[in-house]
Ligand binder design. Structure first.
Ligand code: GUN
Length: 290
């Protein structure tokens, strides 16, 4: 029976660190500020944006939530980013992904001042991650996964890690973090074209699942005793649930629990960590920018 890795508890530890750092910044006359931009009405994005703003309020971080209509033009979003780049009260800028189809997300990301890019999506920060230059911003979700591995006492050095998914938000930065000096894992990045994915995953001491398919990683993907980090958040129809759906990860939790050594739940695993690491990045930005 696997240990369940408690993401809420580890996130609380990170947030307690944040509270101390915020107090120090405020003594120096600096209130960290985060701007969250939501374009359109995607229901999941609305939930994420609101929880980010709520967490800022709890911690005493100044936040600004900017909601643009689902018909917003590229120019409107760019102008918003430029205004926030120039605003000294804002240290971190985040444009929630995915935007509506008329928006060219790459151009928006490149318009964010790299020193305020708390998502770590700007090419300058991506390069710094690859170069192991610690002055950059690491994307929040993979940073949270690394912190969970550490908190759970999982040995990454020399471990076989399989990252399932190659997105810029999770898969690629996760692979870079796992292989970096100090983590020292041997990393395989698998994706939708990978042959015999279950066999590839069965080699892994650590699986990071970021495929976006509900309960895709079953027990037959898992080596006895492996650590499973589940990045997925999927809505599955469930007539017996109050909202008409339930949340589940990319991992078939119940069957994997029998075989794995440790596994993160959904909800209550990676999700709370992502927000906690965003708060960390915002504080890091405020320290650097003043
Ligand atoms: N959508 C899903 N995850 C993220 C994230 O970490 N940052 C942003 N901006 N959008 C997301």
């Amino acid at each position: 029976m696997a240990t369940i890795i408690d993401g809420k508890k580890v996130a609380e530890e990170v947030l307690a660190e944040c509270a101390g750092e915020i107090a120090e910044l405020k003594e120096a006359g600096i209130t960290p500020g985060l701007a969250v931009v939501l374009v359109g009405e995607d229901p999941a994005s609305q939930v994420y944006v609101n929880s980010k703003v709520r967490k800022c309020a709890e911690l005493g971080i100044h936040s600004e939530k900017i909601v643009l209509s689902k018909e917003a033009t590229q120019e409107e979003v760019l102008e918003t980013v430029q205004r926030l780049n120039a605003d000294p009260a804002i240290h971190g800028i985040l444009v929630q992904s995915p935007p509506p189809p008329q928006i060219h997300e790459e151009e928006i990301v490149r318009a964010i001042e790299p020193a305020k890019d708390v998502d770590g999506f700007h090419p300058e920060n991506v390069a710094k991650l690859a170069l192991e230059d610690s002055t950059g911003f690491v994307p929040c979700t993979p940073a949270g996964c690394m912190r969970l591995l550490k908190a759970a006492g999982v040995e990454t050095s020399g471990a076989e890690a399989v990252v399932v998914g190659r997105s810029m938000i999770v898969g690629k930065p996760m692979a870079l973090l796992l292989m970096a000096r100090g983590s020292d894992a041997t990393v395989t990045v698998a994706h939708s074209r990978t042959k015999d994915l279950a066999a590839v995953c069965r080699r892994a001491d650590i699986i990071v699942a970021a495929v976006g398919i509900a309960e895709f990683i079953g027990a037959d993907f898992v080596k006895e005793g492996a650590t499973i980090i589940d990045v997925g958040i999927n809505r599955v129809e469930d007539a017996s649930a109050k909202r008409g759906y339930r949340l589940c990860g990319d991992v078939a939790f119940d069957e994997v629990l029998e075989k794995a050594g440790a596994v993160t739940p959904v909800p209550g695993g990676v999700g709370p960590m992502t927000i906690a690491m965003l708060m960390k990045n915002t504080i890091k930005a405020a320290k650097a920018l003043g």
